[in-house]
Design a protein around this ligand. Sequence first.
Ligand code: LLP
Length: 382
Amino acid sequence: MFTAHHLKAIENKSTPFYFYEVDLFRATLASLNAAKGNYHVHYALKANANPVLLKEIVSAGLGADCVSGNEVKHALDNGFKANAIAFAGVGKSDTEILRALEAGIFAFNVESIPELEVIHELAKKTGKQAAIALRINPNVDAYTHKYITTGLEENKFGINPHEFDAVLSKIAQLHHLRLEGLHFHIGSQIQDLSVFKNLCTRINEINKWFLQKGTNIAYINAGGGLGVNYHEPDNYRIPDFKRFFDVFRTFLDLQPQQVVHFELGRCIIAQCGSLISKVLYVKEGVTTHFAILDAGMTELIRPALYQAYHKIENLSVNLPATSKYDVVGPVCESSDCFGKAVLLPPTKRGDLIAIRTAGAYGEAMSNHYNLRSAEAPVYFST
Ligand code: LLP
């Protein structure tokens, strides 16, 4: 809910822009830290790499999870320690690997046997040791949108169990690699916690397999994926981190020396951000009214790409929501639609519209399609 204080920060600005509630963000980080106990959390920069927000994350003591060389650089430039940076991704280039080796990152999350060979070759050439975790495809269904499901056999991510023997024989020959962890990430926007229980069961089986082979695994990285409530952002402002971590505390069977890492993105930042836009036109269709905004899929692509729901509010009118609008953007694509038949109060040109829960994968996925203006500006509540 936007307080008078927030509304003041929003008024008289040119739209569209992203608005982050820093007070809520700090409270979210405090709640995460209170719940995580001795678990290590790396923030997934891909969700939102805005430097102002990263500063808060560094102060809260989190590490970073990166998926490109530029993200690794950005994390270092914004104060994350190299030894707290995990570097994942199915397609790391030689240049990206070399830079990460140079920086001395915490771990490469390795996704295939050919990647093991390339990291080894580059580490050998530069006289380094690369600390690695094997990204494992546990074949656990995340029951989320198919574009953000990653842990099934048919997905491109991770190493499949039938390759484990070959991986261990390979690693035994690659002396510039140090196997330290097992990494899992099965998908994003997971709200049913029983999915994480299923993940724990698979992790236990796989961890046991490696142990029986005499491999010393120092840590488990259970990835990210905790979902948020897009339908009721005001009732679920801060995710229930305790319930999430308790699943792992209850169901993971660890060796005494083993520690657990996570790579959370969305649940840390999603509820803290909104996309603020203005109504350019209200247009009467044959069966519907259209509210045409000055923000589009260029500022928030999630509805177009994943048919994702985001709550839409009219901040200018304090009347009951009695009319239905298709809320659309200006981009020349029919998929540039934030919501169909959205209940709003009677809405007119110039009204300010908030598209909620846009903190994760909003600004980070913005683009310039249709030669729309470069980055939309960003404002923060104090
Ligand atoms: N770790 C790895 C290896 C990942 O691939 C991801 C996200 C994360 C951690 C962080 O996941 P999170 O906690 O944010 O769920 N653009 C999509 C989401 C794509 C997620 C990609 N990987 C969306 O807007 O829903």
